[in-house]
Design a protein around this ligand. Structure first.
Ligand SMILES: O=C(O)CCC(=O)C(=O)O
Ligand SMILES: [Fe+2]
Length: 482
């Protein structure tokens, strides 16, 4: 079991040890009281229950969680003040050193839980992890596509060197997890593009104040020239892929699309970068925060340097958890490969870069300088090209009672693909502020909040349909409007 899933695991553990259901907020408060010890938290909760100290044996356990259940996330996961251990991510990934005590209690509790008598319901059979070693396998099993040799190799090397140099100044994200400050086990940086990908306005981000992990972000750097060059190639590649896809989701962004075949269906205007040094640096299971990306986003993730494993795992909706179990897919990502996380990936799957027991050294194909030596490296640089939607601009993000912009999350456990998905705005102040949160959350309402245009709203309005939208209408009713 990965120790990256602390939040989900702790909540699942406490939940499985209590005799009554408690809200996430109550469990979290109790976990804070118990300094992250799930057994103690459960004791406190059970003690505070009316009639708690008599006939405990008579009370029925409401359910038993197995390991698979933890990995799938819990019904409580939706309100967890998750960190974003990588830029714009939705889950916790504390570094090893910072979570040692949490890990100790988990080890004990894990065994306790595993030994519990099983309920009468039979859990669906566990699935073994599957390695997806080709683009065909990736497309078959996940909402992603993989593209090898995405950039001309000389550009890929140049971008690697530029970002490797720049990464000396990158930071580890820090946030509060219960009562301790934890740190991401990799370094990150955030870049904005000169223009927003829709207009020529080069001042588009000047007035924007982004928030991340409950704190205002510094003024971001602009794409370096190599990143701009790479972005233009990747935008075309993603657009080609989008045109091939059989349908688009109703809530996908549809602005800026003129319906012409030469138009780019997808653009990027920001890039979040990660640097993983050696085989132990990692990012834990998470889905990317949607605050500025909006629902059903497309993210293009470029890998440079050492080959690492990218893991994907579906979050099984609650209604299906008795009938099917999730599978972990491991995708080895070589230098200069691109994974496009297509629309629905963030709603349905969590992803991670786990620590590895072994790792190949990367030997660049081009020297840093003409005639210079080839310098082997144990570093992987990842660049995730993203599109910050104009209808989710910072000024439009609701604030919580702490007066901090909320974050947007998908209700992964209760989704009904593409039709009745719900998203909520949740307080994220707890990531800073010594872990204090107002626990506010509210459902996002696209229409009432004046967001769009989306593929669905365009379809209703019968305007500017691109070919993939038309084919969606002909083949699959994914937006639930017909
Ligand atoms: O390094 C990677 O490939 C994944 C990074 C990631 O998940 C993120 O930045 O949100
Ligand atoms: Fe991510």
């Amino acid at each position: 079991m990965s120790e990256e899933q602390d939040n989900d695991i702790l909540l699942a553990l406490v939940s499985s040890l209590t005799e009554k259901e408690h809200s996430t907020e109550v469990i979290l408060d109790t976990l804070v009281q118990s300094k992250g010890d799930p057994q103690l938290a459960a004791q406190i909760l059970n003690r505070n229950q009316p009639g708690s100290d008599d006939g405990a044996g008579k009370r029925k356990r409401k359910r038993t969680l197995d390991l698979d259940g933890w990995l799938k996330g819990t019904k409580h996961a939706k309100n967890i003040p998750r960190d974003a251990s990588s830029p714009r991510s939705n889950s916790a990934s504390p570094s090893k050193a910072s979570t040692s005590s949490l890990r100790t209690t988990q080890d004990v509790d894990l065994m306790t839980i595993l030994k519990q008598p099983s309920t009468s319901r039979k859990a669906p059979p566990r699935k073994q992890p599957l390695t997806l070693s080709s683009p065909e396998m990736v497309a078959e099993h996940t909402p992603c596509t993989m593209h090898l040799s995405a950039l001309p190799s000389e550009l890929a090397s140049r971008l690697f060197y530029t970002l490797e140099d720049s990464s000396k100044n990158w930071q580890r994200n820090k946030w509060w997890l219960f009562d301790r400050l934890v740190e991401s086990p990799h370094k990150t940086a955030f870049f904005v593009r000169k223009t927003d990908g829709i207009s020529d306005d080069e001042t588009w981000h000047e007035s924007a104040q982004y928030w991340y992990n409950g704190r205002k972000t510094d003024r971001p750097e602009t794409y370096p020239p190599e990143m701009e060059e790479a972005c233009q190639i990747i935008e075309r590649l993603v657009t080609e892929e989008l045109r091939k896809r059989p349908f688009r989701y109703s809530l996908e962004w549809a602005g800026g699309d003129t319906g012409s075949q030469t138009d780019l269906l997808w653009r990027a205007n920001v890039a979040a970068s990660n640097r993983y040094e050696g085989r132990n640096e990692s990012v834990g299971w998470h889905s990317d925060q949607m605050t500025y990306l909006g629902p059903y986003c497309t993210i293009a993730s470029l890998s440079l340097g050492t080959r690492r494993i990218f893991s994907l795992r579906e979050v099984i909706p609650s209604v299906e958890s008795d009938t099917r179990s999730a599978q972990t897919f491991n995708i080895p990502l070589p230098h200069n490969s691109l994974v496009i996380m297509h629309a629905s990936c963030q709603e349905r799957f969590k992803h991670a870069i786990p620590p590895q027991s072994a790792m190949d050294i990367y030997r660049p194909t081009h020297p840093r300088f003409p005639g210079g030596p080839i310098e082997p490296s144990n570093c992987r640089i990842n660049v995730t090209f993203r599109f910050y939607r104009p209808d989710f601009k910072p000024a439009s993000i609701p604030r919580c009672k702490c007066d901090i912009p909320t974050v947007l999350r998908a209700d992964m456990k209760n989704r009904i693909d593409g039709k009745k998905d719900s998203y909520w705005w949740a307080c994220f102040a707890g990531a800073q502020n010594n872990g204090k949160t107002c626990n506010m959350w509210k459902i996002m309402d696209m229409e009432a909040e004046g967001r769009g245009p989306t593929i669905g709203s365009m379809r209703n309005g019968e305007t500017k349909l691109d070919s993939s939208v038309r084919s969606a209408r002909e083949t699959e009713d994914i937006d639930g409007t017909t």
